[in-house]
Structure formats: C-alpha cells, structure tokens
Design a protein around this ligand. Structure first.
Ligand SMILES: NC(=O)c1ccc[n+]([C@@H]2O[C@H](COP(=O)([O-])OP(=O)(O)OC[C@H]3O[C@@H](n4cnc5c(N)ncnc54)[C@H](OP(=O)(O)O)[C@@H]3O)[C@@H](O)[C@H]2O)c1
Length: 277
C-alpha cells in the first residue's frame, strides 16, 4: 500500500505555508495548497501533478466548501489538514476595534474537512498556534485570544473525533522568519488613547525590528512537520524552536508556582462531608 498522503494546507501563498507545501511535495505526498489568491499559490509552488492550488479565504465558509469539494474530486480524500493561515492584529486591546478582534478569530475550514475525515475514519489535523497560545504578551490580546482559543478548541475536538480515527497536533512556533511581521500581514491598531503612547512606541519598535531577524527557519519547521505527521501516533503538541521551549518551560514553572501559592486555599473549597450517622 502506498504511504502517499493527501495534505490540505491553508495560507499557502506566502510564509511558512509555502514551506509546508514544498516539504510535503518533496516527501512524495500530494498537496491541496490554498490561499486567498490562487494565482499567488500557483506562482509560489510551480506545477506538479501532486499539487492542486485552490482559492480559500479561511473566514469564508463558501470558499472552504468549494475548496474541500475540489480536493476530494481531485485526490479522493484528505489525510492531513494544516490550519496555518492567519495574520497578526497587533495593538492594545482598547485600541483594537471589535471588528479587528473578530477577524483575528474567524476561521471555518476544519468544520468543512471533518465530514470527509469522519467518513474515511482517518485523518490528522495540525493547527499552527504560537508561543502566544501558551502565554499572553502585551500588545497581543487579539492574537493570543485567537491562539488560546485555537488550543482549547483543538484539545476538546481531539476528544470528540479520536474515536473516528482522527488525531490532532497543536504546533507552537517561536519566532520564524516569514512575512508575518511585514505590513502585508501585521495590522496595527489605530493609536487613539494617549495613555498608551510611550509603551506603544516601544512595542512598535520591537515588532517592526523583529521582522527579518527571526531565528527560526520555516523550511526546517516544514521538514519537522513531516516527521511529526509520520509518527505513530503523531505528537499531540509540538513546541517548535528554542525560544518557544523557553516560553513553555517558564509557563510550566509559573503554573506550578501559582498552584503551590494557594494549594491549601484551593483544596478547601468542596462541600463538607456530612458526619457519619
Ligand atoms: N512567523 C512566526 O514567527 C510565527 C510564530 C508563531 C506562529 N505563527 C503562525 O504561523 C502561521 C503562518 O504564519 P506565517 O508566519 O507564515 O505568516 P505570513 O508569512 O504572514 O503568511 C500568512 C499566510 O496566511 C495567509 N492568510 C492570512 N489571512 C488569511 C485568510 N483570511 N484566508 C486565507 N489565508 C490567509 C496569507 O495569505 P495572503 O497572501 O492572502 O495574505 C499567507 O499565506 C500563522 O498561523 C501564524 O500565526 C507564525
């Protein structure tokens, strides 16, 4: 039996989605590479019989339905879904509009792929979270909310779909050198509250300064993803990059300290047992 898998990747027009698609093809699998601009996807990936480029804005349900239909028509199944597409809405919570926060949170692809995987009784859903899915950072309320939300959703979904042979992996990348911090992908809140002026200026300097300086190589992350997908069973979580591991280890230590600080108080909250008659 062939080990060739059919991957479906969102956000494959730029950034790590392109590296994921290239690595999948190089490993001998087939890929449905999706993006808001289908031509940009084709341009980034070239031609291959194992490649289908499709238009898909992940906030649009109709796009997702058409893209998944096209994938199944062409390849007959979907083995691995990579929820990768996202942009970065950066800014102080009070300066981000409710609409910006909604846009950061919106996605609808998994809902469309699940019936296919359920029918197959087989599938692997990989969702790209972030260090900001483990820890909240100043200036990152909307982004962290989307990634924390993704994590709670994926962990719960795993329990729901594992009986159908569908498994999940959360990936927490640290800083990787993609286009995420360019003007095309980062949307800064409009400055509107003077109280934040000084700190906002420092945050803007930091985030703009990180662009093109990130230590992580997305091509290496892409190859790591293939290794994770070939594991039996795949890891439920992959913390990607030395910086992400440092963040995760700090989170574990902080949680432990927070548990210990109030352990007695916390464990004293149950109803008193009625005395034995
Ligand atoms: N790079 C990092 O340091 C880093 C760290 C942690 C997590 N991540 C996560 O990694 C994932 C990929 O980001 P990246 O670093 O590769 O960023 P990127 O270079 O900016 O690429 C983002 C990709 O997502 C697509 N996209 C954005 N909104 C979309 C939508 N509504 N529908 C469809 N496609 C959409 C973009 O397509 P267009 O060309 O149409 O804009 C582009 O292909 C994201 O989930 C990000 O949060 C990145």
């Amino acid at each position: 039996m062939s080990n060739k898998k059919i991957w479906f990747i969102t956000g494959a027009s730029r950034g790590m989605g392109v590296d994921f698609a290239k690595a999948v093809l190089a490993a001998g699998h087939a890929v449905v590479a999706s993006g808001r601009d289908k031509d940009a996807v084709s341009k980034a990936l070239g031609h291959s019989n194992d490649l289908l480029a499709v238009k898909l804005d992940v906030t649009r349900r109709a796009d997702a339905e058409a893209a998944v239909r096209a994938a199944v028509d062409r390849f007959g199944r979907i083995d691995v879904l990579v929820n990768n597409a996202a942009s970065f809405y950066a800014g102080y919570f009070e300066e981000l509009t409710p609409e910006q926060i909604e846009r950061q949170l919106a996605t609808s692809v998994t809902r469309t792929v699940l019936p296919v995987m359920r029918k197959q009784r087989l599938g692997h859903i990989i969702s790209i979270s972030s260090s900001a899915g483990l820890v909240g950072f100043e200036f990152c309320t909307a982004y962290a909310a989307s990634k924390f939300g993704l994590e709670g959703w994926m962990e719960s979904l795993h329990a729901e779909v594992a009986p159908f042979g569908i498994t999940t992996t959360i990936v927490n990348p640290g800083f990787f050198r993609t286009e995420l911090l360019t003007e095309q992908s980062t949307n800064y809140a409009e400055p509107s509250i003077e109280d934040y002026d000084q700190r906002r200026a420092k945050q803007l300097e930091f985030w703009k300064g990180q662009n093109d300086q990130q230590a992580g190589d997305p091509a290496k992350l892409a190859r790591a993803l293939i290794i994770i997908a070939n594991q039996e069973p795949p890891s439920r979580r992959f913390i990607a990059g030395a910086d992400a591991i440092a963040t995760a280890e700090q989170k574990v230590a902080d949680l432990k300290a927070q548990i210990d600080a109030n352990r007695d108080l916390s464990t004293s909250l149950a109803f008193e047992r009625a005395p034995a008659a």
